[in-house]
Design a protein around this ligand. Structure first.
Ligand SMILES: Cc1ncc(COP(=O)(O)O)c(C=O)c1O
Length: 447
């Protein structure tokens, strides 16, 4: 069974023109605009299970899942019912509420944190975690990795300086040099670079922040032992280890990425940031960690942090319902569906002679259009972007909505059933051929 043939995208085209007249680039977050692949983003009218329906009436299997949150699929009836009930009681009170306590308890029970504070976006979570780390340690420097994205926090929109242990430069206009002058940007998975940075600046480093398993340069798993090494070197130098699980949390596995490899390595992060799945499709995020560190936070301690809609009862209700429904079976299903898709993508691209690497961390995976294993951002940047663009559009034409960038994870949900998976599998051979026709390093001479 395949998706019905697609209609035109005329209404999306029209809406995109209207949107661009009133919103920069026509979108409220840049990657949605299709700039990396060209063409018109589809304006989605509704979504159910694994499927998106656009304003022109086209159906697509969704491999974005709202960039991670929709672990259970769209419009899950039990999450919807919980949200509707909560809405009926009122939408925001600016007082403590029951669902935020219950969600906090659920998260503390599942992850290596003692206490948690809710915020409204992943950006706020990492920004606040860094402030807390600085307040706790009394130090200023922050270490991050190139290719890891932690939201649009000024000090983290930074590019590596001229040498490994030199300070970063702004990664975008609008960020002052003074904001990145306290940031060190290192290559991911590079033990020697981390050791050099700590050897030179160790007593000034407040924290090191890393994606628990990077998904924002495509999926680049930590080499075995890398997260444990980071935790250990932070501990040795009195710095805090901040594990950003905004993407991986409750997604890579039931306990997030840290649940997958942290326990094994015998270390735990001092602070963890969360977002996406824990908000069940609503704007909710969080940071949490060691009780002694979290107790430095206002009003218990002196480090200020606040938010009008933090812990919003609708968002925390949706997150709580989602986490309670995120059972072992859900992860087993997503994992099995992922294995099927990964194998089929590899087979199709191999058949078309397109160099590629499929990489995964738990249930998160992505496909790099390069022949070599990707260990860091420099490797990821070596991809054949023209091949991905051709592949992306051929999939879209066949009713599969992939991330409109080669540097993103592909997301599945518990609702990706046989029909949805078959639709992906049916689209793959033609999409792989389309990639092969433009691939600069195709092995079948098709270019
Ligand atoms: C690992 C990670 N951290 C932080 C963020 C920022 O979250 P938000 O977009 O909710 O601000 C993201 C967003 O994709 C992310 O993937």
């Amino acid at each position: 069974m395949t998706a019905d043939p697609l209609h035109s995208a005329a209404l999306s085209d029209e809406l995109f023109a209207r949107a661009r007249a009133v919103t920069p680039g026509g979108v409220n977050s840049p990657v949605r605009a299709f700039n990396a692949v060209g063409g018109t983003p589809r304006f989605i009218r509704s979504a159910r299970g694994a499927w998106l329906t656009d304003v022109d009436g086209n159906d697509y299997v969704d491999l974005i899942c709202s960039w991670g949150p929709m672990l259970l699929g769209h419009a899950h009836p039990e999450v919807q019912a919980a949200v509707l009930e909560a809405v009926a009681r009122g939408t925001s009170f600016g007082t403590p509420t029951v669902p935020e306590v219950e969600l906090a308890e659920e998260m503390v029970a599942r992850t290596p944190i003692d206490k948690v504070r809710f915020v409204s976006s992943g950006t706020e979570a990492t920004m606040s975690a860094i402030r807390l780390a600085r307040g706790f340690t009394g130090r200023d420097l922050v270490v991050k990795f190139a290719g890891c994205y932690h939201g649009h926090v000024d000090s983290l929109l930074a590019s590596a300086g001229s040498g490994l242990a030199t300070f970063a430069v702004p990664g975008t206009p609008g960020v002052p040099e003074s904001s990145t002058a306290l940031t060190l940007v290192l290559p991911y998975n590079d033990v020697a670079a981390v050791e050099a940075a700590f050897a030179q600046h160790g007593d000034r480093i407040a924290c090191l922040i890393t994606e628990a398993a990077p998904g924002n340069m495509g999926v680049v798993p930590p080499e075995p032992g890398f997260n444990g090494f980071l935790a250990e070197i932070c501990a040795r130098h009195g710095a805090l280890f901040v594990s950003d699980e905004v993407m991986t949390g409750f997604r890579a596995g039931k306990q997030g990425q840290w649940g997958l490899d942290g326990a094994v390595e015998g270390w735990r992060p001092d602070l963890v940031t969360f977002g996406k799945v824990m908000g069940g499709g609503f704007p909710a995020a969080a940071f949490g960690g060691r009780a002694d560190v979290m107790s430095r936070l206002s009003p218990e301690g002196p480090v200020y942090q606040a938010g009008t809609l933090s812990g919003n009862p609708i968002a925390t209700t949706a997150g709580l319902a989602t986490l309670r429904l995120a059972t072992d079976e859900v992860y087993a299903h997503i994992s099995a569906a992922g294995e099927t898709v990964k194998a089929a993508v590899a087979e199709a691209l191999t058949g078309a002679g397109v160099p590629h690497v499929v990489q995964a961390s738990g249930t998160m995976f992505s496909v790099f259009f390069t022949g070599e294993k990707v260990r860091d951002f420099a490797d990821a940047s070596g991809q054949d972007l023209a091949a991905y663009t051709a592949f992306f559009h051929a999939m879209l034409e066949r009713g599969v909505y992939l991330p409109p960038s080669a540097f993103e994870a592909w997301f599945l949900s518990a609702a990706h059933d046989d029909h949805a998976i078959q639709t992906i599998l049916d689209a793959l051979p033609a999409a792989a051929d389309a990639a092969g026709r433009v691939s600069t390093s195709s092995t079948n001479g098709a270019n």
